[in-house]
Design a protein around this ligand. Structure first.
Ligand code: FDP
Length: 341
């Protein structure tokens, strides 16, 4: 009917992007369909978490007499099952697995690797705060039947695709295949992710700083100096900035992408176990850094672009800063001035 518009589905978007930019359409479309399917299943469970008693009760039995599991275990199982099928991936790494899992089903023709955090921010879930899934897809390097850890240990600069699913007031999948950042909202009535955010661009400068300021005494001089600057009154330059911190990375990054500003999880001297920061390079910072750059923003560890860091371990942690270009440059200035190398 003339004038009637129906949304662009995620599958159609990936197909179009691939045919426009690479001339080949099949495999990455299949990969992202698989991610979307798993996201829909996890979204369904997240939505009924409070009702069916799946919150934080590993090993217990619910009223139906079924075994109940923590939602992050469940999400991990669903995404692993999705990634094992179809023969696209030769190896996967999950926040929930100590070691990567090599996959032989696709043999030498499995083109991709995937690193993911199945349910990031899960410490928030019992309070009904938004959580998310983060994923990072690389082309494989090896050519054997199974992938190797080296296939996973690639810098973010080489990503083939990355994104996150935010289980918030609606479920959204935000994605880049290297040609901008696009957002898709799940329409539960038709069971499809429909394009809702066309070519997301982060504002060049934002007024929000986002960090766990309870760690202030444990940060470096440069980071402390920047946070003092962010909240100092200087109406001419639009300060003080506003503070917002959800404590759930996917939700904080999503807000930062849309509204601008800066998200920070600096290294701190609080826990000797995590001297380099809390967040994980491979399946948290690298994919989020990729989205930031693709949206016109920046992401770094305070000096080096996150996408240029060569990962050495699967669960490696890093300091992480991401956001609007101007805010990131301000931060870098403070770090360069006050923190000796
Ligand atoms: P969580 O521990 O709840 O899983 O990556 C872990 C993460 O959440 C991020 O989602 C979040 O940004 C950060 O940790 C919050 O850490 P703090 O509680 O130390 O602020």
């Amino acid at each position: 009917m003339p004038g009637t518009k129906i949304g662009m589905t995620l599958a159609q978007h990936v197909y179009d992007m691939q045919s426009q930019h690479t001339g080949s359409t099949g495999v990455l479309t299949g990969v992202l369909n698989q991610i979307a399917l798993a996201a829909k299943i996890v979204s369904r469970e997240v939505r009924k978490a409070g009702l069916v008693d799946v919150l934080g009760l590993t090993g217990e039995t619910n009223v139906q007499g079924e075994n109940v599991r923590k939602l992050d275990d469940y999400a991990n199982e669903i995404f692993m099952a999705a990634f094992s099928q179809l023969g696209h991936f030769c190896i996967m790494a999950s926040e929930e697995l100590v070691d990567p899992l090599a996959i032989s089903d696709g043999g030498a023709t499995a083109e991709y690797t995937i690193a993911f955090d199945p349910l990031d921010g899960s410490s928030n879930i019992d309070a009904n705060v938004s959580v998310g899934t983060i994923f990072a897809v690389h082309h494989r390097l090896s050519d054997g039947v199974e992938g190797t850890p080296e296939d996973l240990l690639q810098p973010g600069r080489h990503l083939a695709a990355a994104g996150y699913v935010l289980y918030g007031s609606s479920t959204m999948l935000v994605l880049s295949t290297g040609h901008g950042v696009y957002g898709f909202t799940l329409d539960p009535s038709v069971g499809e992710f429909l394009e809702s955010h066309h070519s997301i661009r982060i504002p060049e400068k934002g007024k929000i700083y986002s960090c766990n300021e309870g760690n202030f005494p444990y940060w470096s001089e440069g980071v402390r100096s920047y946070v003092k600057y962010a909240k100092a009154a200087d109406p001419e330059s639009g300060r003080p900035y506003t503070a917002r911190y959800i404590g759930s990375m996917v939700a904080d990054i999503h807000r930062t992408l849309l509204y601008g500003g800066i998200f920070m999880y600096p290294a701190d001297s609080k826990g000797p176990k995590k001297p380099g920061g809390k967040l994980r390079l491979l399946y948290e910072c690298s994919p989020m850094g990729y989205l930031m750059e693709q949206a016109g923003g920046m992401a770094s560890d305070g000096r080096t672009p996150i996408l240029d860091i060569q990962p050495e371990q699967i669960h490696q942690r890093t300091a992480f800063f991401a956001g609007s270009r101007d805010n990131m440059l301000e931060l870098h200035e403070h770090i360069a001035r006050y923190d000796p190398i």
